[in-house]
Write a protein that binds this ligand. Sequence first.
Ligand SMILES: [Fe+2]
Ligand SMILES: [Fe+2]
Length: 197
Amino acid sequence: MQDHSRYDPVWRAAEPYMRVRKNDVHLPLAFHWAQALLDAHPEADRDICSLAIMLHDIGWYSIDMERIIDEGFRSENFLTSDVRYLHEAEGVRLAREVLGTTGWAEDTIEAVCEIIDGHDTRAEPRHLNDRIVRDADKLWRYSVIGLSIASDWFGGSLKQYAEQVERDLPKFETETGRQLAETELARSRAALMLHVL
Ligand SMILES: [Fe+2]
Ligand SMILES: [Fe+2]
């Protein structure tokens, strides 16, 4: 069992930026998924991946919630919308502040910010740490909570969103991530009675 208490000061420093767009739910859940992926991939860097997933979306803090939903989720090219680039740039700025005040080394800060910058808009991941963060970011959508929250953002039903995330299974970067997602989706569908509803 890993001890994650060294990240507690980072959570506390990031908390003021987390009460936007359900990041106070998304970021801790994605962090736990990242730990499962890191257990299966010991060759990845645990600090860099953990810090990147914890802070990757705090840049949404700087953007109005109406814009986040209209442009960042419901527009035609939502994944390359202006607000998507903006939340990445703001995420880098705020992550530098949070990691600087909590005493992390400059090379760790650089590596974390390199992942945060472009985490949604970069076509291909650059390395294993990047791939782990991408999979952890996706995995929460397969949980009951993630399906519930994200289906609201995209404006469809739970059943439609469950079908969407099922179609997205081949997009996982790691086989571990894909398997975890598949298992979690089956559990969530049963819990939400999606075979009936
Ligand atoms: Fe993001
Ligand atoms: Fe995210």
